[in-house]
Design a protein. Structure first.
Length: 157
């Protein structure tokens, strides 16, 4: 039996500064090739690495769903299926800011006691769990996510 989805958000890496920063290395490699300071082999290697990272970031996406029974998270291409956080494991939640310094950047991040799923921005919802761990979910619409989690947890209690 499929449960009803009350909230869904999909985020992708679309920040222009990220793509510009990523493009610096291949541009420098091509300049080196034109000046004769880099070999074709080195440039091909750098362009291939750039292509791989660009492909990874271009296909990566974070999907967050609030359903009747749990919060579901999927960070593609790393997760093949949704990660489920049942509401009976949730002890508290709040909308909060995100510090990339705390977690070491954006993406799927782990620190002792906390797992973070972020793509961009500095806002999201922190979910406290019964196992003394918390999960931070980045969101462009943290108030909507918080309201959906609050409504769903009230239904399950």
């Amino acid at each position: 039996m499929a449960s009803e989805v009350h909230y869904r958000e999909t985020q992708r890496y679309r920040q222009p500064w990220l793509w510009a920063l990523l493009a610096v290395r291949p541009v420098l490699a091509l300049v080196g090739l034109a000046r004769g300071t880099k070999s074709k082999r080195d440039v091909v290697r750098e362009l291939a690495a750039f292509g791989g990272v660009a492909l990874l970031l271009g296909t990566a996406r974070l999907t967050t769903e609030v359903r009747d029974d749990a919060l579901y998270l999927k960070f593609e291409p790393f997760h093949r299926s949704f990660r489920r956080i049942p509401f009976d494991e949730v002890t508290g939640f709040e909308a909060t800011g995100y510090s990339p310094v705390r977690f070491g950047g954006w993406g799927f991040r782990w620190t002792p006691g906390t797992t973070a799923y972020t793509v961009s921005g500095r806002s999201g919802v922190e979910i406290d769990r019964t196992n003394d761990r918390s999960t931070y979910v980045g969101s462009k619409r943290p108030e909507e996510l918080l309201a959906a989690v609050q409504e769903a947890t009230e239904r399950t209690l």
